[in-house]
Each structure stands twice: as structure tokens, then as C-alpha cells.
Design a protein. Structure first.
Length: 328
């Protein structure tokens, strides 16, 4: 910093203010200091700054999988929001989300010196009592029913599934079949339960549940069975990718969509509007989830207080051309 001060012809305090992003430096002086930094090869030492003010400007994200559409979109939103706040991210994946793996991820993040953690684990394991969150570290949990002394950002999965099921019943279908996500998924379980509750409250027959793994291949495999049953006129799939596989199976079997079978998905991935036919689906606001999670975590970091609050992000039914009244 002394080298930069001599090069720029300013005081060490001015260099410090520029290095720390302070606003009380005029634009010309700031540019002169930055140019001097480049010439002498100086970069502010974030570790030394952290030792001084107790902040590392880094957050950890513990995620169960990067392959699912929801997790990848939410992580994108978190990263974008963190950049706006001047934070960087350390990412830890825990594919099996067991107690040991989650505890190990917290331990590794502690070694990385983070200011707080966002947990993005879809599996039910996070709801089990044996997984304890670390004391004193700000934590925000995304999509979980567990009761932690930390903010929870929760997409309204139940209302999204209910709106999809009600939409098909209101079109005049006698009942609605369901291709569910994997049983270990908290989101899939909530969508399945809500689908069943809507049918039961309407006094309709509840068909057997078909369980998939979020993939288009699973939707296609179950779709071949559904396409062979002429009594099937409406299907709600737990995500858009399985809906895509279902649409292919129905097409190959000569079952017209929506003339003979109506299909509703979940997520509203960008490609859903370009399926054939364009897919009616439930839109999740992954951007809102990411922004709320970051805002809640930064508020915890700034205040030093943990608050057990829940923010529920609404969903929206987007009606396109894959649903219609039954032909009979």
C-alpha cells in the first residue's frame, strides 16, 4: 500500500479507502489510485481485511445435486444475488445428504472461512433431527419442513400442485393421473400429497401413483403404460422433463394431446413453451427464492441474530395448449 501511495502521490489512508471500496474518495483520485495499483501489481488482501473486520465476504452453499433443474436454477439466482452484494461463493455438494456428509460439509466450510451458509438440499434427510446446524454460523435453509432456528425460504409446492390438479378437474376430467418425483424428494412428496388431497376433497377416484426420477426417460416409460389405457384423459407430472417424455409416449401411441389426453407439468422450464404442444405447467420463481435466501442470510450476518422465519414463494399456473376439456 505504501508503494501504491508513492506511485499515485496520495496518502496511505486514501489508498486504504479505495482498497476497501469507501465512497469518500473523488473519482479522479480513485482512478489514479487504481491505475497505480495495476502498475505495481497490488491487489487488496481479503484475508487480512477479514482479520480486521471479522467478515470474509464469502458464503457457503451446501447443495444435494447440481443435475436437477430446480437446484441449478436456484443456485444461479443465489450466485447472481451474491455478486450484487459483493460476496463470493464456496460450493459444497453432498449427493447422499446423510448426517455425516452434511456435518462434513459444514466442517469443510468452516475451514474455508465463510460468513454464512445457504442449504439447498432437497432430500428428506435434512428434516431428520440428527442433523444439527452449527452454532453461531448464520444459516438459511431452502425448501424444508424442518424447524430450525434459521430463516426458511419455501416455494409453495402444495398450492402449485393443487392448482394443476384443479385446472384439469375444472376442464371436466373425471380424475387426474400423477407421475411423481423420487420418494426421497421433499418437493415431490409435497406435490404428490397435494394432488391426492384435491382429488379426495372433490370425491374423485385416486389413481395409482407412478414414481419417476425427474428424467424425460421416466416420463416416457410411464407414458407408454398410460397411453395404452383409454380411460386416462388427464395427467399431472411432477416436473416438465417427465412431461416431455410423456408427450413423446402419447404421440407414438397415437393419443392426441390435448384432444384425448391433457398434460400438465411443473417448473416452467424455458423449453416448456416450445414443447409440442406447448406445455401447461406450474411456474416456480427460482429467482425470487435465490434473492430472498441471500437477503435473509445477509441480514443474519449483519445483525448477528438468527430468526426462525419462513418466507413462502408463490407459484403460478401457466395455461398453454396441452390441456383441454375431455373429448367425450
Amino acid at each position: 500500500m505504501a508503494d501504491v501511495a508513492r506511485e499515485a502521490g496520495v496518502s496511505g489512508q486514501t489508498v486504504s479507502r479505495v482498497a476497501n471500496g469507501r465512497s469518500n474518495v473523488d473519482a479522479d483520485t480513485r482512478e489514479r489510485v487504481l491505475a497505480a495499483m495495476r502498475r505495481v501489481g497490488y491487489r487488496p488482501n481479503s484475508a487480512a481485511r477479514a482479520l480486521r473486520n471479522g467478515r470474509f465476504r464469502t458464503i457457503g452453499v451446501i447443495v444435494s445435486s447440481l443435475s436437477t433443474f430446480g437446484n441449478s436454477r436456484t443456485l444461479d439466482a443465489i450466485a447472481a444475488a451474491m455478486v450484487e452484494h459483493g460476496f463470493s461463493i464456496v460450493l459444497m455438494t453432498v449427493p447422499r445428504s446423510t448426517q455425516g456428509e452434511v456435518t462434513g460439509a459444514f466442517s469443510r466450510l468452516g475451514e474455508q472461512a465463510v460468513d454464512g451458509v445457504i442449504i439447498l438440499i432437497e432430500q428428506h434427510q435434512l428434516d431428520q433431527n440428527e442433523i444439527e446446524l452449527p452454532q453461531g454460523l448464520p444459516v438459511v435453509v431452502i425448501d424444508s419442513s424442518a424447524r430450525y432456528p434459521s430463516p426458511v425460504i419455501d416455494t409453495d409446492q402444495a398450492e402449485g400442485a393443487a392448482s394443476a390438479t384443479r385446472h384439469l378437474l375444472e376442464l371436466g376430467h373425471d380424475t387426474v393421473w400423477h407421475i411423481a418425483g423420487p420418494p426421497q424428494s421433499y418437493a415431490a412428496e409435497r406435490r404428490l400429497r397435494s394432488w391426492r388431497e384435491v382429488l379426495e376433497s372433490a370425491g374423485r377416484r385416486v389413481p395409482p401413483v407412478l414414481v419417476g426420477d425427474w428424467s424425460a426417460a421416466a416420463g416416457y416409460a410411464h407414458g407408454k403404460r398410460l397411453a395404452a389405457d383409454p380411460s386416462v384423459t388427464a395427467v399431472f407430472t411432477a416436473n416438465d422433463q417427465m412431461a416431455l417424455g410423456l408427450l413423446r409416449a402419447l404421440h407414438e401411441a397415437g393419443r392426441d394431446v390435448p384432444g384425448e389426453v391433457s398434460v400438465v407439468g411443473f417448473d416452467d422450464m424455458a423449453e416448456a413453451a416450445h414443447f409440442w404442444p406447448p406445455l401447461t405447467t406450474v411456474r416456480q420463481s427460482f429467482d425470487s427464492v435465490g434473492r430472498h435466501a441471500v437477503a435473509a442470510l445477509i441480514a443474519e450476518i449483519s445483525s448477528g441474530r438468527q430468526e426462525s422465519t419462513t418466507v413462502r414463494i408463490p407459484t403460478e399456473l401457466v395455461v398453454r395448449s396441452s390441456t383441454a376439456p375431455p373429448s367425450n
